[in-house]
Design a protein around this ligand. Structure first.
Ligand code: SAM
Length: 408
């Protein structure tokens, strides 16, 4: 592949938006590709791939370029050039022979970059591209496991579909998409993984609600609630409803799903998705104050608390969150998780069950919160089971789920 100035300019602009204007990487790439219809499929793939790669390996690329930070367009051009030099070794991808002889790349010395790259590999936080504070927190909480986990979290994730059993079956979706293009996932009955990455949102099958895009680890959470037909289920941190829709399909539209959140725009998106999915047993409710929670005391057979978290378990899908996450956020979010767990749990009927879930690899957001909860509510709650998925261990995003029963 030959480097073209137009493509490098596009990647440099995207990086500037992400790192200087602090915009979300997936939005930036989506908007960039939409606004330039003249690029062909290969160009689009090149821009998206290289932008995400540089975001993922940001610290490593800057180290090799001997740059502390970047804010000017020419600095982003240089970083794109430096990435082209280290990429073949780093990702074992054959790319192109030499960097073009452009004025924008005049300051790049391939030999010193190779030397810096070899040095970088000696230090995990540079080689794996993580901020100092995050490397410390994860090492402290995970010990040796952190080495394997961060290496796996730096590999792009596959595209996984959840077949919507309200409308179709796994076999039917396999036939529609082509049985040789998808694979089943052991232990996750509605999941199909695409053998080759591609966007599915424009397909007719998606638009008619035959499947949703949802990681296999995430697909284990709704079934963990141990749902039976006719139950009333509350999903109290429903967001745009990935798991609410799954709950509705497990109920086969019987009983009820109450999807709650503090963000109205997420619930609006959920309503559209529910319609596309053929869901008829779901209502949404905006949490405007804690009074709403108290008014629902002892009403749910099942409660899902898919709490807000660091998102460290889904880093391979959102590599920019490595740079956007801050220690203060982590501290604050643990407090929010605790408040949700200790107050919202009251919505469960005695004899009912709840799942507390995070997409975090950190015990402090997960196991430790549940331990603290069961210890302080010994007479009311008992832990039935807990489970973790891990990119390093099973190839799924890093989710934690605990099933608890209300006994008093
Ligand atoms: C991990 S996300 C949920 C993802 C969603 N369950 C899904 O499957 O797509 C956490 C959600 O909690 C919501 N949230 C944050 N604080 C909350 C609170 N105090 N009460 C309820 N929801 C809250 C956020 O708006 C966010 O949508």
């Amino acid at each position: 592949m030959k480097l073209h100035k137009g493509l490098v300019a596009a990647i440099a602009d995207a990086l500037r938006d992400i790192f200087v204007k602090n915009r979300q990487a997936d939005r930036v790439v989506e908007q960039l590709l939409k606004s330039n219809k003249k690029w062909g499929a290969r160009d689009r793939a090149f821009i998206a791939e290289n932008t995400y790669e540089i975001v993922r390996w940001w610290r490593l690329v800057k180290y090799c370029a001997e740059m502390k930070s970047a804010s000017e367009t020419e600095e982003f051009w240089r970083l794109v050039g430096v990435w082209q030099i280290i990429k073949p070794q780093h990702l074992q991808k054959v790319h192109f022979e030499t960097l073009p002889d452009w004025a924008e790349f005049a300051e790049i010395d391939p030999i010193s970059i190779e030397t810096r790259y070899a040095e970088a590999l000696q230090t995990r936080k540079i080689a794996q591209s993580v901020p100092d504070w995050l490397d410390e927190v994860c090492e402290q909480e995970l010990g040796k496991k952190w080495d394997l986990e961060i290496a796996a979290l730096n590999v792009p994730a596959p595209v996984v579909l959840r077949v919507n059993t309200l409308k179709t079956s796994l076999e039917e979706v396999k036939t529609i998409l082509g049985a040789d293009l998808v694979s089943e996932v052991a232990g996750v009955p509605d999941a199909l993984v695409l053998n080759k990455r591609q966007s599915m949102q424009q397909s007719e099958a998606f638009k008619s609600g035959l499947f949703e895009i949802q990681d296999a680890g995430s697909q284990l959470i709704a079934p963990y609630l141990d749902i039976s037909s006719g139950m009333s289920v509350i999903d109290a941190c429903a967001g745009a409803g990935g798991k609410s829709l799954h709950i509705a399909s497990l109920l086969q539209n019987s009983g009820s799903v109450l999807a709650m959140d503090i963000e109205p725009f997420k619930l609006e998106e959920l309503k559209k998705r529910a319609q596309r999915n053929g869901v008829t047993n779901l209502e949404t409710m905006l949490i405007e104050s804690e009074d709403i929670i108290h008014s629902l005391s002892q009403t749910a057979d099942r409660l899902l608390l898919d709490v807000p978290c660091s998102g460290l378990g889904v880093l391979r899908r959102n590599p920019d969150s490595k740079w956007k996450l801050k220690p203060e956020f982590l501290e604050n979010i643990r407090q929010v998780q605790w408040t949700i767990l200790s107050t919202y749990s009251d919505m469960v009927k005695t004899g009912g069950k709840m799942v507390y879930a995070t997409c975090s690899i950190l015990p402090s957001e997960s196991e430790e919160q549940v331990k603290r909860f069961t210890k302080s509510r010994k007479k009311q709650w008992k832990l039935v089971a807990e489970h973790r998925t891990s990119v390093a261990k099973d190839g799924f995003d890093g989710f934690y789920m605990a099933l608890l029963e209300r006994v008093g």
